[in-house]
Design a protein around this ligand. Structure first.
Ligand code: HEC
Length: 272
């Protein structure tokens, strides 16, 4: 397959460059992908933080008082004012977020008061896992097929919750906040990055390949061809022209040896 020394060298250079650049490409691609995904995860964490501040603030103040509200068995009324507690404020904000294209959040439980808050398979799994984790744990998943990031944080049941959620167990995790963020933008970013790295490494590799092949040609292949020609000439009796290559390396040595051969041949011919 590789008859000439040139094709052997070219192939060897190509393989070495391919391994080096392939490894670089893989590492850089992974690193950038992780970086981009981390940024998206940060976004989910910040959204949760904001909801948590709000939740804590409303909880501390016992709720938000709203004027002229229609009757509801979970809403405490005092005169014309009614108190909306944390769960209800969050539920209403969640409803508002469902129309949002940047992110959505839901407060979910496998035992919901409102059936629309029923947790799905991923949320159930997360809530199960949280039971064995610390209360400030987080569970997330980048779903590249559905192009979303799912992020869940647990809610711990306190005495206060049992008033309206009698089927919850004190101290256990019965529900959580579930945030969904579209990730089309980062999928696009990761793709673009891949194209960028592939072209950068591809072009650099091609340039290096050309330079190295050229150098190997000049340093090794051409001189060998020249010496082969010279040896051929000597063998057919053309012994008057010197073709010495003045170099201090192996090719220089070989050239000197051929030159000595030519001179001895010449002396022998003259003796005749
Ligand atoms: C004053 C009553 C009340 C209290 C106290 C209360 N909640 Fe709720 N909670 C509700 C109502 C009402 C909903 C349903 C909101 C809706 O319509 O989406 C709800 C919804 C939820 C949900 C979503 C699943 C569901 O049941 O629909 C979770 C999870 C939840 N609450 C957790 C808690 C936790 C944890 C606490 C204690 C820290 C708590 N709640 C305290 C009234 C309450």
């Amino acid at each position: 397959m590789f008859k000439s020394i040139q094709s052997k060298i070219n192939f060897a250079i190509f393989i070495v460059l391919l391994i080096i650049f392939g490894a670089f490409y893989f590492i850089m691609d992974q690193q950038k992908k992780t970086e981009i995904m981390d940024q998206k995860l940060k976004q989910a964490q910040v959204i949760y933080q904001q909801l948590d501040y709000l939740k804590t603030w409303i909880g501390k103040n016992g709720g938000i008082w709203i004027k002229d509200i229609k009757d509801d068995r979970y809403i405490v009324k005092e005169g014309r004012y009614a108190r909306k507690n944390t769960s209800i404020v969050l539920a209403e904000l969640s409803d508002a977020s469902l129309g949002n294209k940047d992110y959505k959040f839901r407060v979910v439980s496998p035992k919901p008061l409102n059936p629309k808050n029923l947790s799905d398979a991923f949320e159930n799994q997360a809530l199960m896992k949280f039971r064995a984790m610390s209360p400030d744990a987080e569970i997330y998943k980048f779903d590249f097929d559905k192009k979303i990031l799912r992020y869940v944080k647990p809610m711990v049941t306190s005495q206060f919750c049992l008033k309206c959620h009698p089927n919850y167990e004190l101290g256990s995790i019965e529900g959580g906040i579930s945030i969904t963020i579209p990730i089309e933008d980062i999928i696009q970013q990761i793709k673009q990055n891949r194209i960028y790295y592939a072209s950068f490494f591809g072009i650099t590799m091609a340039v290096l390949l050309v330079i190295m092949v050229y150098l190997m040609n000049v340093i090794v292949v051409k001189p060998i061809k020249k010496l082969t020609d010279q040896a051929d000439k000597i063998s057919t009796g053309e012994i008057n022209v010197s073709a010495e290559i003045h170099r201090e390396d192996e090719i220089g040595e070989l050239s000197k040896a051929i030159e000595r051969l030519r001179i001895s041949f010449k002396k022998m011919m003259n003796l005749k």
